[in-house]
Design a protein around this ligand. Structure first.
Ligand SMILES: NC(=O)C1=CN([C@@H]2O[C@H](COP(=O)(O)OP(=O)(O)OC[C@H]3O[C@@H](n4cnc5c(N)ncnc54)[C@H](OP(=O)(O)O)[C@@H]3O)[C@@H](O)[C@H]2O)[C@@H](O)CC1
Ligand SMILES: [K+]
Length: 475
C-alpha cells in the first residue's frame, strides 16, 4: 500500500478535475462514504433505515463530503442531524442535506449524544491545521465519552496528514473513509491508531504520476519476498553471520542477537562476542561456532557499552567490504561515511542522538528523521519503534514494515531484530529489504503469539512463523 502527502494529493486532484465536471470528485467521495456508513450502521444495528447519525461539519470541503453523504443517507431513511462546529458549512452540501430531510442543529441543542448510532467526523480533512479549537475538542471528547462509533471523513480531524503526529486534541475514529489515495498520516503512529479501519474510496485519481512517500508492506508480500533457501543451498548460500555483540557488562545482548540470527535462517552463526556468553550459547544454541572465519554479513554494536576498541572494530568490519548491521552502542563508533549495504538500526532516541536533535523531533516527524539519518551517514537506516521505517540513499520512498503489537518493544527485542536483519543480509538481500523483512517477521510473530514473550523466545517463534509461511507456499 502506498501513501502520499497533502501536496501530492492536491496535485492529483487538480489533474483529475481537468477531466470531470465541477463537483464530480466530491460526489464520488460522498457516494463512497455513504455506502461505508450505511454498511457500518447495518453491521452495528442490523439496519440503516431509522437509525440516527450526527454529522460534525467543519468549514471546508471535508464538511462538504460529510453533508452530501448525509443527504444520501437521509434519502435512505437515516435520521441525519448536522451541526456546524467551525466556520460556515459548505452551502450546497447543507442545502442538499436539508432537501433530503436532514436537520441542522445548533451546537447548544445537542443534548445526550448516546441517542446517536453513529457520528460522522467532517470537521477537517487535508486542509486541517494540527489540533482542534477548545470548543471543538470538548465536543469530540463528549462523543468519545458517549462511546458512539465514529466514521472519519478522509482523516480523523486534528491529526497531521503528512507526519502522523497528533499534537493536540483529535478525533478517534473506528473507521476512516479516505478518497483517491492513502495519506501518510493514516499509516504512521500515533495517527494510525486514531484512524481505525481504513477504507479507500476510488474517486478517479491517478497516483502513478507521483513518487509515493511511503510504501507499506503487508504480510503476504513479506512471506513472498523472504529469502527461502533452494533445495541444494548449503550454509554459505543461506549465509554466514558474524555476531560481534555484547560485552562482559551486557553479555545478554550478544546472546539475544545470536538467537535472532539463528532463528532468522542464517546458514551458520559465528559468535565473536564476550566469552561470558559462550556457556549459555553452547547449551541453548550448540550450532553456533566461536571460531573467527568467513562470514557474509556482520552484526556489530548491541550491548557494547563504551567498548574501548569500538571505532576500530566497526572500521575493520566496514573495510571488509561485506554488508553489515550496526546497532545500539555501535552507532556511536560509526565512521563518517558508510556504504548503503550497511544497515543502521536506531530507535528514536538513538536516531535523535545521531542527528543531534531532540527525541521529540524524531517522534513528531519520523519520515523526515529517517531520511535525515540516511543523508547524514550514507547508510540504509531502519528506525525502530511503533512504526518501523526504512530509508536508503537515493530513494525518496520510505518503506514501512508490517506493524506489530505494542509489547514487541522490550529490552532485548532490538538485539534480536539486529540478528534477524543480519540473517537476511547474509542471504544476499540488500540492506533495505533485510530491514523490512526482519522487522515485519518479528512484528507478525509477536502478533500471532499474544503476550510479552522475552525476545529470545519470540526469536524461536519467528522460526515457527517462517516454517508456517514455508508450508503455505509448499503444500
Ligand atoms: N479537493 C478535492 O478535489 C477533493 C477534496 N475532498 C475533500 O476535501 C477535503 C479538503 O478540503 P479543504 O481543502 O476545504 O480542507 P478542509 O480540511 O475541509 O478544511 C479547511 C478549512 O478548515 C479551516 N481550518 C483548518 N484547520 C483548522 C483548525 N485547526 N482550526 C480551525 N479551522 C481550521 C481552514 O481555515 P484556514 O486554514 O484557511 O484558516 C479552512 O477553512 C479533503 O480532506 C476531502 O475530504 C473530496 O471531496 C474529494 C475531492
Ligand atoms: K475529518
Amino acid at each position: 500500500m502506498q501513501a502520499f502527502t497533502v501536496e501530492q494529493v492536491r496535485r492529483l486532484e487538480a489533474a483529475a478535475t481537468q477531466e470531470v465536471p465541477e463537483g464530480a470528485l466530491m460526489q464520488r467521495a460522498a457516494a463512497g462514504l455513504a455506502v461505508v456508513v450505511a454498511g457500518e450502521l447495518e453491521r452495528r444495528t442490523g439496519r440503516a433505515y431509522g437509525t440516527r447519525v450526527l454529522v460534525l461539519v467543519g468549514p471546508g470541503n471535508n464538511g462538504g463530503d460529510a453533508l452530501w453523504a448525509g443527504a444520501r443517507l437521509a434519502r435512505r431513511g437515516v435520521r441525519v442531524e448536522a451541526v456546524g462546529v467551525l466556520g460556515t458549512p459548505h452551502a450546497e452540501g447543507l442545502a442538499a442535506l436539508l432537501a433530503a430531510g436532514g436537520r441542522r442543529l445548533d451546537p447548544t441543542a445537542l443534548g445526550d449524544l448516546r441517542r446517536y448510532d453513529l457520528v460522522l467526523d467532517g470537521i477537517l480533512g487535508i486542509g486541517g491545521r494540527p489540533g482542534l479549537p477548545d470548543d471543538v475538542a470538548d465536543l469530540v471528547a463528549r462523543v468519545e465519552a458517549a462511546e458512539v462509533p465514529v466514521v472519519a471523513v478522509d482523516l480523523p480531524s486534528g491529526v497531521v496528514a503528512d507526519t502522523g503526529a497528533v499534537p493536540g486534541a483529535s478525533v478517534r475514529a473506528d473507521v476512516t473513509v479516505t478518497f483517491g489515495v492513502v495519506k501518510v498520516g493514516h499509516l504512521l503512529e500515533p495517527a494510525r491508531a486514531r484512524t481505525g479501519r481504513l477504507v479507500l474510496v476510488d474517486i478517479g485519481l491517478d497516483p502513478t504520476t507521483e513518487t509515493p512517500e511511503l510504501d507499506a508492506w503487508d504480510v503476504a508480500r513479506v512471506a513472498d519476498a523472504w529469502p527461502w533457501p533452494a533445495q541444494r543451498s548449503d550454509k554459505y548460500a543461506k549465509g554466514v553471520v558474524g555476531v560481534d555483540a555484547g560485552s562482559e557488562t551486557y553479555p545478554g545482548a550478544g546472546i539475544m542477537a545470536t538467537y535472532g540470527a539463528v532463528h532468522g535462517g542464517a546458514g551458520m552463526v559465528r559468535f565473536l562476542g564476550p566469552e561470558s556468553a559462550h556457556a549459555v550459547l553452547t547449551t541453548n544454541l550448540p550450532n553456533v561456532v566461536f571460531a573467527d572465519g568467513r562470514v557474509q554479513a556482520h552484526l556489530l554494536g548491541s550491548g557494547w557499552g563504551d567498548r574501548p576498541d569500538g571505532t576500530q572494530a566497526v572500521a575493520a568490519a566496514v573495510d571488509s567490504g561485506l554488508p553489515g548491521v550496526l546497532d545500539a552502542d555501535g552507532l556511536g563508533f560509526r565512521p563518517d561515511e558508510l556504504p548503503e549495504s550497511w544497515l543502521l538500526t536506531p530507535h528514536a532516541g538513538e536516531l535523535a542522538k545521531l542527528l543531534g536533535v531532540a527525541r521529540s523531533e524524531v517522534e513528531d516527524d519520523p519520515l523526515a528523521a529517517v531520511r535525515a539519518g540516511v543523508e547524514r551517514t550514507g547508510a540504509t537506516v531502519l528506525l525502530k519503534g511503533s512504526t518501523q521505517l526504512v530509508a536508503r540513499p537515493g530513494v525518496r520512498t520510505v518503506e514501512l514494515a508490517v506493524p506489530g503489537p505494542a509489547w514487541t518493544g522490550q529490552a532485548g527485542s532490538g538485539d534480536t531484530l539486529g540478528g534477524l536483519c543480519a540473517a537476511v543480509l547474509a542471504a544476499g538481500r540488500p540492506a533495505h529489504e533485510a530491514a523490512v523483512l526482519a522487522a515485519s517477521l518479528q512484528a507478525v510473530t509477536a502478533a500471532a503469539h499474544p503476550g510479552p514473550l522475552p525476545p529470545h523466545v519470540l526469536a524461536e517463534r519467528c522460526a515457527d512463523q517462517l516454517g508456517a509461511w514455508w508450508q503455505e507456499r509448499h503444500p
